[in-house]
Design a protein around this ligand. Structure first.
Ligand SMILES: [Zn+2]
Length: 326
């Protein structure tokens, strides 16, 4: 059986983790963290624990690493799919707002440019059609649903390989990968933070420790990167946080981590003025989530995206609380 296609891309993650110098990963490794990431769910799913840091209970040799991080390969594959949805919606919002600002003559010129057929114009044409962007996002979520629930059969794995999303020579493949790399970096630095902050490994972990790990990872990425790289990294972090509500459709409290919606908005509130259209993007992702989960009461777009996202935030937090009897 083949491993997931996303496997081929993992080496780029090490490179981006090395850019986050303030966390001093090498000191962490000297302090007993295994530098190798261990994968679970390699045989095609179903999804088990997304990511985890564990302490070995029995060590033969004192030079042996005492802690190690595991990541679900099925999750890594799903995260890639979420990144492709996020990128498509991000680009669609950007191009549509550009078109809105154009004068009538600029619009005609743009339409003429789009009429030439090449890879970029095909992508741009697909982005202008918001309905198409939503339906393609829904198709991706359907394959994700299969992946989270069971072991893929050979033909299904084969069709993942056939998808042009994994063509890393394409412009879009490279861009999806840059979001994916930072989404994964955030997940791994969260686990690393449990180690470097010396959290209690003898028990299950607490809400306070989980919040500390999130903030430690987030602020390290935020402060160590700048310019476009930081923008990409922030979109990657958003992919990681949003992936959780697509995997955990009923927004169930796992009893350890912050609730998924609260977690998204904690960081949205910090990054919302950072330049990318985070409000619009998040609105669109919640609309896709509403279609995916058959949520008919999701508040519609009213006024600007900045106004709408605040209404959605209220609605989703209430929904999350009532789903968990809080
Ligand atoms: Zn954690």
């Amino acid at each position: 059986m083949k491993p997931f296609p996303v496997y081929r891309l993992n080496e780029k993650i090490t490179k981006s983790i090395n850019k986050i110098i303030s966390l001093d990963i090498s000191q962490g490794i000297r302090d007993g963290l295994d530098p190798m990431i261990h994968f679970t769910d390699e045989q095609g799913g179903p999804l088990s624990t997304i990511a985890k840091i564990s302490e070995k209970t029995f060590i033969l040799d004192e030079n042996e690493p005492k802690r190690y991080v595991t990541i679900s390969a099925a999750y890594a594959q799903m995260l890639w799919m979420i990144c492709s949805i996020v990128l498509r919606n991000h680009d669609s919002l950007a191009i549509n707002s550009e078109v809105e600002k154009m004068t009538p003559s600029e619009r005609i010129q743009f339409q003429q440019e789009l009429a030439t057929d090449n890879f970029i114009t095909r992508y741009e044409r697909s982005l202008l059609d918001q309905k198409k962007v939503f339906s393609e996002s829904a198709n991706i979520l359907n394959s994700m649903e299969i992946l989270s629930n069971r072991n893929l059969i050979d033909e299904e794995m084969e069709s993942l390989y056939m998808s042009d999303m994994y063509d890393m020579t394409s412009d879009i493949g490279v861009r999806i990968n840059s979001l994916y790399v930072y989404a994964m970096t955030f997940n791994l630095l969260h686990e690393f933070s449990h180690h470097s902050l010396n959290h209690d490994f003898s028990s299950e972990g607490s809400l306070k420790e989980e919040e500390e790990a999130d903030h430690n990872a987030f602020w390290a990425i935020f402060s160590d990167l700048e310019g476009n790289e930081r923008k990409t990294a922030l979109l990657g972090i958003l992919c990681s946080l949003v992936s959780l509500i697509f995997i955990n459709k009923s927004l169930e409290d796992d009893g350890i981590h912050p609730l998924p919606i609260e977690r998204i908005f904690t960081f949205y509130d910090i990054v919302k003025d950072e330049g990318s259209n985070f409000a619009g993007l998040l609105c669109h992702l919640f609309y896709i989530w509403a279609v995916y989960t058959h949520d008919v009461d999701m508040p519609r777009l009213e006024g600007t995206y900045n106004e709408t996202i605040e209404i959605i935030k209220k609605y989703m937090i209430e929904k999350e609380r009532s789903n968990n009897n809080i």
